[in-house]
Design a protein. Structure first.
Length: 279
């Protein structure tokens, strides 16, 4: 069902209604055509108990998976915020370096931030991102190429390396969430469990067939919508529900705002370096 990630909301809903709802109703009609109603009604007592246990178990599985997918989505969002905040802090720290380090650091931070917003985020949405080929190497090489000459510059170097560590870790986690999906065994349990649960509902026979058709259809559509929600949350960068690149855009706006204070921050005393991270 991964192709649904690249479809609109209307298409996703139509797919769930047709495939899950329509498919389950077609299966019900086939069973009722092959098996007489009186034979189905004889199994109600045993089938009811078994279906209750099966439904409860499958419901617990879906609940567990959707919570895990939601936590995965929230973690990916948190790492995006961490990376954007660290980029902004690194840019502000650059104001306290002397030239040419100041201009070089400003340039590479802005270039990295624009690349994430304008190139990497759309590629992640299209599933064409090659995160392993491009990293934060230029940021590291720019900072490590500087040679501190006093305690103040050494402190700036240490603070910058701290922010670079955050950027590298958050970027690695972003690539990890982009590359990895839920384990295949989990999807196997979800899909097989869905088929078994819907199929088990065919063991019941209602005297009012239309009512049973409606109940079966609504039940199957509910399962389909739950599976679709899990699919969306398990892929935080693709689909209708995605993580926004707004933290990076906000960081860029703050960088542009901070650029007007470069001369003042460049001459600041060492304690002002710590304050720059809080602005």
């Amino acid at each position: 069902m991964d192709f649904l990630l690249y479809c609109g909301v209307a298409t996703q809903i139509i797919f769930v209604v047709v495939v899950f709802g329509g498919g389950s109703i077609a299966g019900l009609c086939l069973v009722r055509w092959l098996v007489p109603l009186d034979r189905l009604q004889k199994n109600h007592e045993v089938a009811g108990v078994t279906f209750g246990v099966l439904g409860a178990f499958y419901g617990l599985v879906l609940a567990f998976v959707i919570v895990a997918a939601w936590e995965r989505f929230n973690d990916a969002n948190a790492y995006a915020l961490t990376e954007a905040t660290a980029l902004e802090s690194l840019y502000k720290l650059g104001a306290a370096f002397s030239e040419p380090m100041r201009s070089q650091l400003d340039s590479v931070v802005l270039e990295y931030s624009h690349r994430v917003v304008e190139k990497e985020w759309p590629e992640m949405a299209d599933n064409t991102f090659q995160g392993g080929k491009v990293g934060a190497h230029e940021l590291w090489s720019t900072v490590l190429a500087d040679h501190p000459t006093d305690s103040r510059e050494q402190m700036l170097m240490d603070k910058s390396i701290d922010q670079l560590n955050l950027i590298s870790q958050a970027r690695a986690e972003r690539f990890n969430f982009y590359e990895e999906d839920l384990p295949s065994v989990v999807w196997t349990v979800i899909y097989l469990g869905c088929l078994m649960t819907i199929g088990f509902s065919y063991f019941f026979g209602s005297n009012v067939f239309r009512a049973q058709v409606l109940m079966c259809g609504f039940f199957s559509i509910l399962l389909g919508m739950t599976i679709l929600a899990i699919l969306e949350l398990a892929h935080p960068y693709q689909g209708v529900v995605t993580i926004s690149n707004e933290p990076y855009r906000y960081a860029l706006a703050r960088m542009e705002e901070a650029s007007g204070y470069k001369m003042a921050t460049a001459k600041a005393s060492p304690p002002a370096v710590n304050n720059a991270l809080d602005r």
